[in-house]
Design a protein around this ligand. Structure first.
Ligand code: S3P
Length: 175
């Protein structure tokens, strides 16, 4: 029984798509940002403000490890930057990893619409930052991804269909 792990940049739809996939697979859903919030008693912006990005990443590492260690198979939505950490990549690689993709302009529209405060996007402009992160992080996403799903022009349900079409891996670990 394999975890279904969703990775991708902010705005890729990891949380919304993950929730739908979990319902359809009849398994639990975990968002690593939620685990960080629960473990620290702080919002993500509070954590960045109090402990800096390093403090957030330390809490995120624990969250990713905890989620991946669940004996029950889960759908796990990873915060967009989790893949940068090699230890996280090792944890994540134990599951079946789907990289949700969209162009930075599309991601920017989505994060502006969803209202979630994301500290990394505040200082420099959303599209420019997402363009930069898409370049900087591409190799890390590629290193962990078992499959890639294009989310552009698809609603949440259609993206979930596309994800579940590639999961479980053919002849592989099963769901
Ligand atoms: C981050 C993505 C966010 C959150 C934090 C940092 C990143 O999660 O973990 O603000 O570094 O890309 P989402 O990808 O769910 O927005």
């Amino acid at each position: 029984m394999t975890h279904l792990v969703l990775v991708g940049l902010m705005g890729a739809g990891k949380t919304t798509v993950g929730q739908v996939c979990a319902e359809r697979l009849d398994r639990g859903f975990v968002d690593t940002d939620d685990l960080v919030r629960m473990a620290t008693g702080r919002t993500i912006p509070e954590l960045f403000a109090e402990r800096g990005e390093d403090g957030f990443r330390a809490a995120e590492r624990t969250a990713v490890a905890d989620a991946c260690a669940s004996p029950a198979p889960l759908v796990i939505a990873c915060g967009g930057g989790a893949v940068v950490d090699p230890e996280n990549r090792r944890s994540i690689a134990s599951g079946f990893v789907v990289w949700l993709q969209a162009a930075p302009t599309v991601l920017a529209e989505r994060v502006e619409a969803d209202g979630t405060e994301r500290p990394l996007l505040a200082p420099r402009g959303t599209t420019a930052t997402l363009e930069r992160l898409s370049i900087v992080r591409a190799a890390a996403y590629e290193a962990v991804a078992d499959a890639v799903v294009d989310t552009e022009g698809r609603d949440v349900s259609a993206v979930a269909d596309a994800v579940l079409a590639v999961f479980p891996p053919p002849g592989g670990g099963g769901s």
